[in-house]
Design a protein around this ligand. Structure first.
Ligand code: ACO
Length: 323
């Protein structure tokens, strides 16, 4: 059987760091409020010339270089984003061109904060069925350009950035010890649309719009939805929380991360947390966190790693893989 194995990983952040103290000067908030409710201390905000495609390109270049794979060997690019450079064409084809790739397929995937998990699951399906051999999976966002910077209930929460992995189809005996993606669990429920959405769009207002969120409602559903897809991943693979080496959650809020880990009996020492440094970067948060923990040597080859996310839609999902 074929497994999708991570060959390389990369990340890119904008140059400008914006601390909570800086936000105190522009909206009615405090560092103490933000840290206590979310765990966020700073975020990176894109400046002139920095876009979803440019950040995604930089993350992809690092992932390709770590993988030792030439760009032209990539035959699938999936970019998870809810903040594309243009309405069309897809940001993925822009990145494809920037990398000088002329073959294969490239498309975007929109599942907001769960986008990277949805993109990994999709790439895995393409590789396992032989539709592609080497995939670039990128999560890239510039949410700063969707925010209402006068709304303190949302503007303090988000940041910009990108992360990427290279996946390669590898023949495998199919045991739990073999490297690669073991299972992916995806869910959506559009009845929650109004709890987290952007109040603009091409076919409604003709504007880009701003992010709107009922924070408490999102919070109320998050832990239950996350534990649902994690338990489904354990059930599908016959694994338990004790088998995990690392949980790499979507980085929305420290309280959601801690609450989910506690409910599942996963010790906090096994949880990768970057929300304090990056804020919520939507589809970029998981590959940014993977990059942080793999580049400093915490995540090692052969480790059992669980990715999970929940976001607008609602959408939610998990991917269990052996690194
Ligand atoms: N600074 C100071 N005060 C604030 C701020 C702020 N930035 N934002 C809101 N407040 C005030 C509110 O106005 C309210 O004041 P009031 O009591 O006078 O009306 C008070 O703080 C409490 O507001 P709540 O919204 O009830 O605060 P809560 O404890 O729920 O925390 C938060 C808000 C952090 C948004 C929380 O609900 C949350 O984390 N929700 C999850 C949302 C999330 O993570 N979304 C990310 C996208 S989805 C995803 O990625 C999973």
């Amino acid at each position: 059987m074929i497994r999708s194995v991570v060959r390389g990983f990369g990340a890119a952040l904008p140059k400008r760091v914006v601390t909570n103290q800086e936000l105190e000067k522009t909206v009615d908030t405090t560092d103490a409020w933000i840290v206590q409710r979310t765990g966020i201390r700073q975020r990176y905000i894109a400046g002139d010339g920095e876009t979803t495609a440019s950040l995604g390109e930089a993350a992809a270049r690092e992932a390709l270089s770590r993988a030792g794979i030439e760009p032209q060997a990539i035959d699938l690019i999936i970019v998870a984003t809810a903040s594309p450079d243009n309405t069309f064409p897809a940001t993925s084809v822009d990145i494809q061109a920037r990398l000088g790739i002329t073959g294969g397929a490239a498309f975007d995937m929109q599942a907001v904060c769960s986008g990277f998990v949805f993109a990994m699951a999709t790439a895995d399906a393409y590789l396992r069925t032989g539709m592609a051999r080497r995939a670039l999976v990128i999560g890239a966002e510039t949410f700063s350009r969707l925010l209402d910077w006068t709304d303190r209930t949302t503007c303090v929460l988000f940041g910009d950035g990108a992360g990427a992995v290279v996946l390669e189809a590898v023949e495998s005996a199919g045991t739990g010890d073999d490297r690669g993606i073991l299972t992916a669990q995806l869910r959506s429920d559009g009845s929650h649309k109004q709890k987290l959405y952007v109040d603009g769009g091409v076919s409604t207002t003709g504007t880009i719009g701003h992010l709107r969120m009922e924070g408490r409602e999102v919070f109320k559903h998050a832990v239950g939805m996350i534990t649902d897809v994690i338990e489904a991943a354990f059930a599908a693979t016959g694994t338990t929380a004790e088998d995990l080496d690392w949980l790499v959650p979507h980085q929305a809020n420290r309280r959601i991360i801690d609450g989910s880990a506690k409910k599942l009996g996963i010790p906090l020492e096994k949880v990768v947390v970057t929300v304090d440094q990056h804020g919520n970067t939507s589809a970029a948060s998981i590959p940014l966190a993977l990059h942080a923990a793999a580049s400093d040597g915490r995540i090692k080859q052969g480790d059992l790693v669980l990715l999970e996310a929940m976001g607008g839609g609602f959408t939610w999902g998990s991917v269990l893989l052996r690194w």
